[in-house]
Every structure is written in structure tokens, then in C-alpha cells.
Design a protein around this ligand. Structure first.
Ligand code: ADP
Ligand code: ADP
Length: 228
């Protein structure tokens, strides 16, 4: 079963003469464990495609499914990371990571153990008790990744997660994300407008074009991942 499948997917914002056709005729399916990078110019529908898979929007045509089931809304099988970390400022870093498991009804000791394990994974073991605003942008984005992983989703959806970071921090987080992907075996869908980043990170590279957003290229990456 494909981790993510899109069949004849289209999405228009608005109606009639003012409608914006953001996506049209999208067909793709992604195998479990793939690191898919979605790349293309601003406005080609990358975020829209990710939002459809996340369940934040419904397609106007076609079907989107994850793990063989139609997407009907957000769910614990999908974790989402945005360009801005969007952490709860009044909670500690650990509290932010515990939030999902707490909502899912996990007991205090278990969710704390889960949060601490994930904070170790993203290199924030020492920052668990701190508040988001005490952290650098890169550390906040690490915390957001840990939060997204907390419900143990099989799919990680990331919308330009490193675009707001300086170049050095971005490179570090790219390396860490690749290591996390290799360690956890998650399926990653990663939106970027940087061809460099798409080719560097992806095991599969999907290129979209504008008006309306269509897939113009969908290729496996030949790079030997993990060899360096
Ligand atoms: P990308 O992420 O590639 O920059 P988006 O998915 O954000 O592209 O947008 C695709 C197209 O849909 C663009 O033309 C954008 O202006 C339009 N769009 C996105 N969100 C909305 C919205 N909520 N209402 C109307 N148009 C939108
Ligand atoms: P991105 O960083 O992905 O390009 P944008 O800054 O284009 O995102 O969009 C930010 C938010 O504004 C999104 O929620 C998107 O749906 C919405 N949006 C984008 N384009 C439009 C538009 N033309 N009309 C209304 N909302 C839009």
C-alpha cells in the first residue's frame, strides 16, 4: 500500500470567475519510507498539496489517501511542521512535545518519557524545561519537529521548515532531519522552493509548475544517501 496516494486531484480556491485553480490533475503515489521533496516556484501549489495530505483542506476533484484510506481530516498518522515553529509560548519545550500524546490520553509518565526521548533525538535534551522564546530559531524548529513526531505518525509533512533559518543552521537541520528519517523510517513529504535542497534531501523529487499547479517532473534521486 502506498503511504500517500493522490488520484486526479484538483483544488480551486473560490468560485466562478474569481476561482484560482491551485492544483490540477495531480497523480502520484509515494512508497512508505520515501523522502519526497516537492519543489517549484512560489504559487505552484506546493503548500496546497501538503495541506490536502494533512487533511486541512479537501480537494475539489479526485481523491487523496494515506495508508490506503481516504483523508477526511487531520489524523495522528500525519505530523506537520510549518515554516514558523508555532510552539505554544506559555508551555515549556517538553510541554509542547507532550501536547499531542496528552490529547491522545497518554499517561503523565509515559508522555514525559516519550517527549524526552524525542527531545534527545532532535538534540534538545538539555532544553526540555525551557520556554520557546528562550531558544534560537533553529532550536525552536527542532522542538516543532519533536512535537510533530510525538504521536508517532508514519508520515511527516514539512512545509519549507528551514526557509526562515540562516544557512549554517539550515545545513545542520538538513543533516539531522536526514538522520531522523533514516532512524525512524518515516515517509517524509518536504516542500521547498530550493532545487538544491530538494535534490540534496529527496529520494524522490517532484517538480510542480504554475497555472494551474501540475506535476511536470517526478524522478527518483540518484544520490547515494547516507554515504557521506
Ligand atoms: P506554493 O506553496 O507553491 O507557494 P500555494 O499552494 O500556497 O503555492 O498556492 C497556490 C495558488 O493558490 C497560488 O496562486 C495562491 O495565491 C493560491 N492560494 C493559496 N491559498 C489560497 C487561499 N486560501 N485563497 C485563495 N487563493 C489561494
Ligand atoms: P507560502 O509561504 O507557502 O508561499 P503564503 O505566504 O503564500 O505561503 O500563504 C500564507 C497563507 O495565506 C496560506 O494559508 C495561504 O492559504 C494563504 N494565501 C496564499 N495566497 C492567498 C491568496 N491569493 N488569497 C488568500 N489567501 C492566500
Amino acid at each position: 500500500t502506498a503511504a500517500v496516494a493522490l488520484r486526479g486531484v484538483s483544488l480551486a480556491y473560490g468560485r466562478g470567475a474569481r476561482a484560482v485553480q491551485a492544483l490540477s490533475g495531480i497523480d502520484a503515489s509515494f512508497a512508505p519510507g520515501a523522502f519526497v521533496t516537492l519543489v517549484g516556484p512560489s504559487g505552484c501549489g506546493k503548500s496546497t498539496l501538503l495541506r490536502l495530505v494533512a487533511g486541512f483542506a479537501a480537494p475539489t476533484g479526485g481523491t487523496v489517501s494515506t495508508g490506503g484510506s481516504p483523508v477526511r481530516g487531520p489524523g495522528p498518522d500525519r505530523g506537520v511542521v510549518f515554516q514558523q515553529p508555532r510552539l505554544f509560548p506559555w508551555m515549556s519545550v517538553r510541554g509542547n512535545v507532550e501536547f499531542g500524546p496528552r490529547m491522545a490520553g497518554l499517561g503523565k509518565a509515559a508522555r514525559r518519557a516519550r517527549a524526552d526521548e524525542l527531545l534527545e533525538l532532535v538534540g534538545l535534551g538539555d532544553a526540555a524545561g525551557r520556554r520557546p522564546y528562550e531558544l534560537s530559531g533553529g532550536m525552536q524548529q527542532r522542538a516543532a519537529i519533536a512535537r510533530a513526531l510525538a504521536p508517532d505518525p508514519s508520515i511527516l509533512l514539512m512545509d519549507e521548515p528551514f526557509a526562515a533559518l540562516d544557512a549554517l543552521t539550515r545545513e545542520r537541520l538538513q543533516e539531522e532531519l536526514r538522520r531522523i528519517w533514516q532512524t525512524t523510517g518515516k515517509t517524509v513529504l518536504f516542500v521547498t522552493h530550493s532545487v538544491d535542497e530538494a535534490v540534496y534531501l529527496g529520494t524522490r523529487i517532484v517538480v510542480l509548475s504554475k497555472r494551474p499547479g501540475r506535476i511536470v517532473l517526478d524522478v527518483p534521486s540518484e544520490l547515494p544517501h547516507g554515504a557521506d
